[in-house]
Design a binder for this molecule. Structure first.
Ligand SMILES: Nc1ncnc2c1ncn2[C@@H]1O[C@H](COP(=O)(O)OP(=O)(O)OP(=O)(O)O)[C@@H](O)[C@H]1O
Length: 799
């Protein structure tokens, strides 16, 4: 490329950066002005100020995000039109807002990703512009001429191939990056698919499902900005490590109103920190849990075997089974959730007790109407007027003995209490399990003694519990009294805060009678009221804290892992069913997960979803994919592996080692992989990452040895640091991640550990971008029979 061309582009790019600096300055000046405005005034003024501040902050975040690679492409179109494509839109105010830079998400940028020689879409030349900081360092041109088209090959040609290959062969950093510069045509079609309805994206490993899902979120937020900024976008991933791995992609694209969550953390206030046996998790994911929880709730709506004796005033009132049953029927007939129907139950019981007491006092205003169904008093002589009976009801409602009886018969329940009691109490569990058709063995899987009494233990839950808690929350409803109490508590907190504000503003001034004080004008309570309506939290924060929040769009990554119960929970978060679900049924590891999209989505969506496929593997080189393909065929011969986009010339290899040397040899090979990557990629942060993927049963044994031999090794505790050069992980924990070099240990054990063990092995083999080795002490699974023995260097290290 001629220097002249580079200089020309440099001039243009520098002009764009100048404009960016101008926007940035403007936004930060405005933000500073808004923040400097005096608080107070009308409540709307406060809200408007808040909204303006968050708009300017968002703009600044977007400008900062666009700094690296602001402009990365240029299109020369028929008729001499030129378009520059980049990370945001810049228009020339002095020239009728002519576009100087087109946001990659705008329709006018589309040919940059779609135009091919066979279908040029009016594009004569596509230019990739690579910048380092603000300097143009490389230009790559593609002239789209029909003569170059891959006519008849059946393959779509790659867009911007040189740039794509450079991105794919760069060292991994432990964080996923964006792909705006090199989105491929089949990916672009999914990213820009229309918003409405459920889109399922099936693609093999490395086909860019995660990348596509995140860029789709950015595209939707750009295209439907107003709607989606208000409602928010939810992205669900398989585990916290994965969420950390992808967490930089959307902010780097300038988008911040997105909530990232695992299924286990989707129930507000509950953190899924416990683990449990796979069979238990599988059982908890199944549809019978709906019946189990429904039965568990109904079992808490009790009728006593013997009449309850309730000491009231100096009398003993009797609450018999017939009265309770009639009250329960009436409450259930409302079809309201348990906590709300309780109001009806309480009213019916209190009425019955009031009548009984009034009766004892010599009056029977409802003699022929045991539950007070008719408004008119019954046939008895009404010696006590309505007011007196009302007073009796009031007293009964506040009486400790009556309240205790009501709590016994129809307690107020939170989802946590319901489930903690259910799993800990043999009788409750046996009854609900029978109603749900569970076997005794299944019932035992659910049994979980609860040393904390369940009530305060928000950290006792597993991932599979979260959807059950959500289900329970639906059946229980809010406890309105508790909600009112919480609102009152928040009001008091606001007053206390406002009082603090008033105190600060009046401090040091209270000696001068001439100064008009804040407290002369407004007291803390009124100040608090003014701020009542303004909620300063961002959409993402409010959405994450609210179980009933309806997101504008929901994206599920590794969607094949979700259980039936998890899908029910996710569907509740998106009543509009505007969803993108990406996954690969061949990678399902969870026993409660999907082996077919139709089967798993049918109960929730019927056939109201559409399927798109991704077919090209950008991560795994052809040599490694050939090995993985054998495993895929063993899972299901009908499944087709994705086509690898590149070869490395290096074949994956296997090494048999003696059991007592496994750890030391593993450490030695991992160290040599690190050294090799350093040599190829340099010592910097992009110096490459090695993963050692082990059966979960061996993690405990291998971890200390590896950590001792390689101090820079991270392990798969709760938060493995993917920035370190070597990570030792179970296959589960490596889901969705990728590494330059991967060592798979004891594949036969990986397969044995789960009925979906071959799927796990397939996942393990497809994490590498460069090299793969398999270390084993026992014979390899048949599907790995074609692996070549390790090269001499590995044998030498092993010895
Ligand atoms: N168009 C592209 N340009 C550059 N890199 C890409 C492109 N598409 C995918 N990649 C890269 O390929 C790798 C695999 O992508 P990604 O993790 O999204 O795949 P996946 O389908 O989710 O894989 P898996 O199912 O195995 O987790 C990532 O490093 C991603 O950045």
């Amino acid at each position: 490329m001629s220097n002249e061309e580079v200089e020309h582009e440099q001039e243009y790019v520098s002009m764009l950066y100048e404009r960016l600096d101008g926007f940035r300055e403007q936004a930060s000046t405005r933000l500073a002005e808004v923040l400097a405005e005096r608080p107070g005034g009308r409540p709307q003024a406060h809200t408007e100020r808040q909204a303006a501040a968050s708009t300017y902050s968002r703009q600044l975040a977007r400008y900062d995000a666009a700094e690296d690679g602001l402009c990365f492409g240029r299109l020369d179109l028929d008729g001499d039109e030129t378009r520059y494509v980049g990370r945001l839109g810049i228009f020339d105010e002095s020239d009728d807002y002519a576009p100087l830079l087109i946001d990659w998400r705008a329709p006018a940028a589309r040919p940059f990703y779609l135009a091919t020689a066979a279908s040029p879409e009016g594009v004569r030349r596509r230019r990739q512009i690579r910048t380092a900081r603000r300097r143009v360092v490389e230009i790559d041109d593609e002239v789209l001429e029909l003569a170059d088209a891959n006519v008849g090959t059946g393959h779509e040609s790659l867009t911007g191939e040189a740039r794509l290959m450079a991105a794919l062969t760069a060292g991994r950093t432990g964080r996923m990056g964006d792909i705006v510069e090199t989105i491929q045509a089949e990916q672009d079609r999914i990213i820009r698919a229309e918003n409405a309805g459920v889109l399922v994206v099936q693609g093999g490993p490395g086909t860019g499902k995660t990348a596509v899902a995140l860029h789709r979120a950015a595209y939707l937020l750009y295209t439907y900005r107003e709607q989606l900024t208000k409602r928010g976008v939810l992205v669900i991933g398989p585990n916290p490590t994965f969420l950390r791995y992808i967490s930089h992609v959307l902010p780097a694209l300038g988008e911040t109103s997105v909530v990232l969550s695992t299924v286990g953390d989707l129930f507000p206030g509950v953190y899924a920190t416990r683990t449990e046996p796979r069979e238990t998790a599988e059982l908890k994911g199944g549809p019978r849990m709906v019946e189990l929880i429904t039965a568990a709730v109904r079992d808490r709506q009790r009728v006593p075997d013997e009449p309850l004796e309730i000491a009231f005033e100096d009398d003993i009132l009797l609450l018999d089974a017939a009265t309770c049953e009639a009250a329960r029927d009436r409450a259930r007939a409302t079809h309201r959730p348990h906590n709300q129907a309780r109001v009806v139950f309480v009213q019916a019981v209190v009425d019955a007790l009031a009548r009984q007491y009034a009766d004892r006092l010599g009056a029977d205003p409802y003699a022929d109407d045991p539950l007070g169904e008719d408004d008119a008093p019954g046939g008895g002589s009404n010696l006590l007027g309505d007011e007196v009976v009302d007073d009796i009801r009031q007293e009964l409602r506040q009486d400790e003995a009556v309240l205790t009886a009501l709590d016994e018969l129809w307690p107020v329940l939170t989802p946590q209490w319901l489930l903690a009691d259910l799993f800990a109490d043999a009788e409750l569990l046996a009854s609900a399990a029978e109603a749900a058709g569970l076997t005794d063995a299944e019932r035992d899987l659910l049994s979980r003694p609860d040393p904390h009494g369940g009530r305060a233990a928000d950290r006792m839950w597993t991932s599979a519990d979260a959807p059950l808690l959500d289900e329970a929350a639906e059946l229980l409803g809010d406890d309105e009294a508790a909600a009112l109490a919480a609102a009152e508590r928040r009001r008091r907190e606001r007053i206390a805060y406002a009082q603090g504000v008033v105190d600060i503003l009046t401090r040091d001034m209270d000696d001068d009678p001439d100064i008009l004080m804040v407290s002369d004008l407004i007291d803390a309570e009124r100040l608090a009221e003014r701020h009542e309506d303004s909620d300063d939290r961002s959409t993402a924060e409010r959405a994450a804290a609210d179980r009933t929040w309806a997101f504008g769009h929901v994206i599920v990554d590794e969607a094949q892992e979700l259980s039936h119960m998890a899908w029910r929970m996710v569907m509740r978060r998106c009543p509009s069913r505007s969803m993108t679900l990406v996954g690969d049924v061949a990678q399902t590891g969870d026993l409660a997960g999907a082996s077919s999209w139709a089967r798993v989505l049918g109960p929730h969506l019927g056939d109201r979803w559409r399927l798109e496929r991704l077919t090209v593997n950008y991560r795994t080189p052809a040599e490694i994919m050939a090995v993985a393909a054998e495993v895929l065929a063993a899972i299901d011969p009908g499944l087709e592996p994705p086509r690898s986009v590149r070869e490395t010339g290096t074949a994956p290899w296997e090494l048999t080692v003696a059991p007592d040397t496994l750890a030391s040899q593993l450490a030695a090979i991992a160290a040599s992989e690190v050294a090799e990557l350093r040599e190829a990629l340099g010592d910097g942060p992009d110096g490459g990452r090695v993963a050692v993927l082990v059966p979960s049963g061996l993690l405990g044994d291998l971890r200390p040895a590896l950590e001792a031999a390689l101090p820079a090794t991270t392990t798969a505790g709760d938060e493995p640091d993917l920035d370190s050069p070597v990570a030792i992980l179970t296959v589960r924990q490596s889901k969705g991640l990728e590494f330059d070099a991967v060592l798979v240990v004891e594949p036969d054990l990986i397969v044995e550990e789960s009925p979906r063990g071959l799927n796990d092995l397939y996942v393990a083999l497809t994490r590498a971008t460069r090299s793969l080795a398999v270390l084993h002490t026992s014979p390899l699974p048949a599907a790995l029979g074609k692996l070549e023995p390790g090269p001499a260097v590995a044998q030498a290290v092993a010895r």
